[in-house]
Design a protein around this ligand. Sequence first.
Ligand code: SF4
Length: 167
Amino acid sequence: MGADLDGEDEARLISALAATLDPSRFEYHVEAAEGGVFADATRSSTRVVNWACIFLNRAGFAGGAGCALHLAALECGESPIDWKPSVCWQLPIKVGWEQGGDGTEVATVRGWTRADWGAEGEAMAWCCTEGTLAYVGDRPVVESMAAELTAIVGPEVYGELRRRLEP
Ligand code: SF4
């Protein structure tokens, strides 16, 4: 979802998009139709089915493995940023908000860590920010995640970020 949607608007949009997914591309469409796509009435997280997110098409699924929302966005020629929950397209970027001294808000953009998930983080695999598979891209994150960073901080701040990180 675009960075400007609040939680309820985002939930509404995900719900609507889920209803438009082609069943041949959405492995758990029956479960979604029967019990919805959210974990509970707060609609703040997606439902877990068979130990993973309801939108995750498993390996071997004929319609394509991976996030059904992501795949559908690409199929429509649109950005997955406009289809997936914010926390999903932002990963592994984490945005922390703090009150500034003068009534402003200060946003800190960094990578997620296990500690951010409390005790549950210990059991999580973080292949994108930890271990030998992390930070091995052929381009800097500021370049490879340009669309995500721009959506998070806005084009002006992103441009400044680029300028400051120029070699
Ligand atoms: S990216 Fe998000 S919505 Fe898609 S399968 Fe993963 S957790 Fe679910």
